[in-house]
Design a protein around this ligand. Sequence first.
Ligand code: ME8
Length: 628
Amino acid sequence: MSNKDSFYITTPIYYVNDNPHIGTAYVTLICDTLSRFHRLFPKSVRFTTGCDEHGQKVQDSATKLNRTPQEHVDIMSKNFETIWEDLGIEHDDFIRTTQDRHKKVVNHLFTKLMKSGMVYKGKYQGAYCTPCETFVTQSKAEDNKCPDCSRDLILVEEDNYFLKLSAFTDKLQKHYDENPDFVQPSYRKNEMLAMLKAGLDDISISRDSVSWGIPIPGDSEHVIYVWIEALMNYVTSAGYLSDDKLFETFWPATCQVVGKDILKFHAITWPAVLMAVGLPLPQTILAHGFILADGEKMSKSKGNAVSPTDLVSKYGKDALRFSLFREISLGQDGSYSEESLIKRYNSELANDLGNLSQRVLAMVVKNLGGTLNQPAEIDTETLAQFDKAKSEYKDYFENYKLNQGIESLWTYVNYLNKFVDQSKPWALAKEEKFEQLNTVLYTVADSLKALAHLLSPVLPDTCVKILNNLNFDEDFSWDSACLKQIPSDHTINKAIPLFPRIEQSKAQKQNQQKKPKKQAKNLIDIEDFQKIKMELVSILEAKKHPEADKLLVLQLSTSQGKKQVVSGISNYYEPDSLIGKQVVFVKNLKPCELRGVLSEGMVLAASNKKELSLVSVDQKIQEGSKVS
Ligand code: ME8
């Protein structure tokens, strides 16, 4: 059992075949928020994330882009780090499976696995899903499609090492019985229990037709199956073999957050590996559901994804995480869109919290000269409501129920709004009842201060603003989240608005295609030219437009993730000939639909009436380089 004074939370480590997307952002934000919550207490907290850099899928992506796998993983993992920073993620470690510290751990643990008698050599003959990096048994491989992602399977026939997973069925069952919270939520645990009941098959744990991986110790013809070595990142990152004190503090992990699609690897394979090598099992594996758009899993390949970085640049970091947690109950699938973010933002952030803060602090400045005094007593109903919200919030967050925890705090925010409406401070000001006015305004300002500490994991930037508005430093802690903390004679600052309202029509307009203005024939200033942002990108995929012969639909690997562009070059290029080409991408064009397909920019081409050629560079240089 984990040390109660420490909290170790992990995200899955992400494949670097693609840039971060809404699904990877969602789980990373969950972990960031939970780690910030636990940091409020006097506790050692560790939050790790990183990249899963080996395997066939990554090897194939690198080949498509004419890169070596190492070049590819170096570029892509940097993108992950940058985007996490843009989203306000504060991790303690960013692990990459190509790092020496990880290879060392994998060698050590795999050797232990072999010595445990739980590994044997055999032949795997069957289907493999490269996008999921999974072996698929014949009975599940209907129509040669992956049962999880529906993409085409490949047939592989390899001499492989196998793990005797079948031998762990009873031990795992016992662990589940003795640790009822091992897998959460309970309906996901039941899925795992059903698998155990059906009995487990042995699994392949090596590949011999893949070279991009960690070789099997003593048999370099094979590499270790990516899923087996990737799981080991969680102990590498906790200091296994490199920092005994760290490992002692943080292993076993408190909470490992994963998507429901990869739960089996974490709730069955991973514990079996740990049992085989004699390491303790994590306390909880928490499975989240999918973010849906129009009832389908949101994913870039389906073209229904909203980009987390675009949302952050438009609405701020806090609005993204707040709306994701509010819209989707952790564990279940839930719909999400830019419109749902705007609705939450306007109703809960701007109206409930932002307005409350603005109107009360403005009155303190206007009617009390900016200075608050501690009243002799605070209304008992307010104290009771606050205590209830705080303890419910703690309980929910400790049990990974983010939406319900936020709801508890929001009940208190709404209580404060009612309190203001009923206390009518504007009437007290008019009647010059300054003592009563001070009591009302103090009650709300003091509550906002306490709320800032409680809400800081969910709205980190906003809570800094709340405390700064109130003229306090932003040293968030659970103990500071109490009422009657503002001392007498305390002067606040002029309030900076927390959430300027988003006009929905304006936001919608931003999404609408604007007709290109006719270009004036006169010369332009350099400032005008500099407004066009261009960079060098690679073409990942090219397909014919389903509705227009002259158009191709290109998928580009850009510094802001994968982008789709519709381009009128079909008469001049075969789609396959474009894969891996480096081209110039105009990245700040307003997105538009071309014959029903979204286009998020353009690629440059030189053309005349007879010929057309894409603009490129005369020698290969790093992707993402600015073109100017
Ligand atoms: O699976 N909604 O990496 P990955 C919610 N390397 N979550 C989503 C989602 C959506 N629409 N789409 C994807 C891997 N995800 C392995 C992990 S860990 C040792 C190795 C989630 O880059 C998905 O559930 O494919 C998964 O948890 C993660 O994003 C995808 O990770």
